[in-house]
Design a protein around this ligand. Structure first.
Ligand code: HEC
Ligand code: HEC
Ligand code: HEC
Ligand code: HEC
Length: 459
């Protein structure tokens, strides 16, 4: 009994003596999907690399030793639907270019640890990694970490399996699970496999290292999957898991804290962890810092993005004048369906005149102004019939289908015209059509003020 009390005494005493004077700050981002900027569709949209850089700079004053980590998905998602490849043959090329731009911008923000997700591995081949290190005299290669990704041929890890980051307030070792699947699953640049074994094997020596105070697992998985995985995990202690976004603050499972990284690069997660020698991480708090572009600016990043867009547009052959490269029109099989607004005017002059007076009739120009006319994600809502037969494919070849024209709302009208107005045409199904583009993100006022919006387009 006495012994027991004595032990407690010494133990707490030691604990108090070995606490660091201040907590460790980890700034975490994820899921940028190459959305390098808030689109500008509305005024109050969060996110973008410029606001991120602005916040990081400000955070440097508050916590100069903050560790910056990213949980991946920096490349844009691949198209989900299984449309024939000819509809958008160059999408991969564009996605790759813009994803690498995203990484290049992140490299300038000096991240300490970047975990690629499975989708990123699709693009992050040898060539892409070399492109990133080309300028390594000025900017070191991004500090990738991935514990369970091995080379398809050699079985050797493709990227560093752990990274150690020292701060005056504690030394953290980072490991990264690109996915928590056991594998094997191939993802382009590597194969995810033996996740549990690789993570255990990597953490064991880290735990032996007296310099390492705590182990942090970056997991490209939602917290639900992390909880499930931890329930069966019996390897050496993991102090903290940072998972993908789920609006979670902090929770604790056994001896492991779980928190998460905000989605879509719209915010930074500020994780503050108190570290004690011999005990690891003893408290964790999480705060979501909204990246409001009106609050955080960063001229150097703005300049970088502007120049990068211009040079990408050139590199991809999208500059004007020039051949359309975004989508290959030579592969076009048939061109029925869409006719374009001019063709409707012949019989519906009143409606045409009204439409012409609305912003829909010039919706493509802002993209061109911003050099974003080559990014399929943006283009889809600012044109008519994107990737549909006879719809918009590429600028400048598809100028006839630029902007939000009649057939966006009424459906393809060529056969309606061919049959002198007796052919099928969709009546305006107002709201259901509108919200395909006027969604909460790109048109936040729409839902509340639908009547005002509708009045403007009524004809
Ligand atoms: C889901 C559809 C959608 C996507 C994707 C989208 N936009 Fe938009 N965008 C809209 C809508 C709808 C508006 C009009 C919003 C309003 O006024 O309520 C708009 C407005 C804009 C405006 C303001 C136009 C003006 O005249 O002031 C800009 C600029 C813009 N978008 C650029 C972009 C860029 C750049 C991207 C890609 C990063 C993008 N948009 C992606 C739907 C979209
Ligand atoms: C943003 C969506 C949208 C666009 C773009 C649009 N319309 Fe419409 N249109 C509607 C809606 C919605 C209605 C139904 C209005 C109602 O029910 O009051 C409609 C109704 C009509 C009608 C039937 C009018 C009537 O009196 O019954 C015609 C004809 C028409 N539109 C032609 C056009 C033409 C031609 C264009 C292009 C020059 C065009 N529309 C562009 C949404 C649109
Ligand atoms: C050759 C003349 C002609 C052209 C060109 C034409 N329409 Fe029509 N459209 C008509 C006629 C006639 C009607 C009325 C049919 C009826 O009332 O049954 C009509 C009706 C409509 C309606 C209302 C349908 C309804 O059920 O009330 C819409 C919407 C419409 N057209 C859209 C378009 C669009 C969009 C285009 C261009 C793609 C277009 N029209 C081109 C002749 C034309
Ligand atoms: C294909 C995507 C798309 C659809 C569908 C669509 N819009 Fe739009 N809308 C846009 C874009 C993009 C803009 C911004 C154009 C610009 O400012 O250059 C816009 C702008 C507007 C504006 C002007 C807003 C402003 O700030 O001045 C109104 C009003 C509007 N839309 C109403 C509607 C209504 C009502 C519907 C449905 C009947 C609809 N839109 C359907 C894409 C769409």
């Amino acid at each position: 009994m006495f012994l027991w009390i004595g032990w407690i005494f010494v133990w707490t005493g030691l604990g108090a003596m070995s606490a660091y004077s201040a907590p460790v700050t980890i700034l975490v981002t994820s899921d940028t999907q190459a959305l390098l900027e808030p689109c500008g569709c509305a005024e109050n949209i969060e996110g973008g690399l410029e606001a991120r850089a602005g916040y990081f700079e400000r955070a440097r004053n508050e916590s100069p030793d903050a560790i910056r980590v990213d949980l991946g998905r920096f490349f844009p998602p691949r198209k989900q639907d299984k449309k024939p490849a000819y509809l958008l043959p160059n999408e991969d090329q564009v996605n790759r270019a813009v994803g690498l731009l995203n990484l290049e911008a992140m490299r300038r923000l000096s991240y300490h640890a970047i975990l690629p997700g499975p989708l990123d591995l699709e693009y992050l081949d040898e060539e892409a990694r070399q492109a990133l290190s080309a300028d390594s005299t000025h900017n070191p290669q991004p500090s990738f970490v991935a514990t369970n990704v091995v080379d398809v041929k050699t079985g050797q890890p493709v990227l560093p399996v752990s990274l150690i980051q020292s701060t005056p307030n504690g030394t953290l070792a980072f490991v990264g699970a690109c996915s928590l699947q056991e594998g094997p699953a191939a993802h382009g640049a590597g194969r995810v496999e033996k996740t549990r074994e690789m993570i255990t094997k990597t953490i064991e020596p880290l735990r032996q290292d007296p310099a390492v105070d705590a182990v942090v697992l970056l997991a490209h998985e939602p917290p639900m999957a992390v909880r499930k995985w931890l329930a069966d995990y019996s390897g050496p202690r993991i102090d903290l898991v940072i998972a993908l976004d789920a609006g979670l603050a902090v929770e604790k499972t056994g001896e492991t804290y779980i928190t998460n990284a905000p989605a879509k690069g719209r915010a930074v997660g500020k994780i503050v962890a108190e570290v004690e020698k011999g005990k690891g991480i003893v408290t964790v708090t999480f705060e979501r810092i909204s990246l409001d572009p009106a609050v955080y600016s960063h001229p150097a990043t703005r300049e970088f993005l502007t120049q990068a867009y211009a040079s990408q547009v050139k590199a991809l052959g999208l500059a004007l004048p020039g051949p359309p490269v975004l989508m290959d029109l030579r592969e076009e099989k048939e061109s029925v369906g869409y006719a374009g607004a001019e063709a409707c005017a012949e019989c519906h002059q009143t409606q045409y005149d009204q439409w012409k007076s609305t912003p829909h009739a010039k919706a493509f120009w802002p993209l061109l102004d911003q050099n974003r006319h080559w990014i399929p994600y943006c283009v889809q809502c600012h044109v008519t019939g994107m990737n549909q037969s006879g719809g918009f494919r590429a600028y400048p070849a598809s100028v006839k289908m630029m902007h939000v024209q009649c057939e966006t709302c009424h459906g393809p009208g060529q056969s309606h015209i061919d049959e002198f107005g007796t052919g099928p045409i969709r009546r305006g199904e107002a709201k259901a059509v509108c919200i395909q583009c006027h969604d909460a993100k790109n048109s936040p006022q729409f839902e509340e003020t639908f009547d005002l919006y509708f009045d403007q387009i009524k004809h």
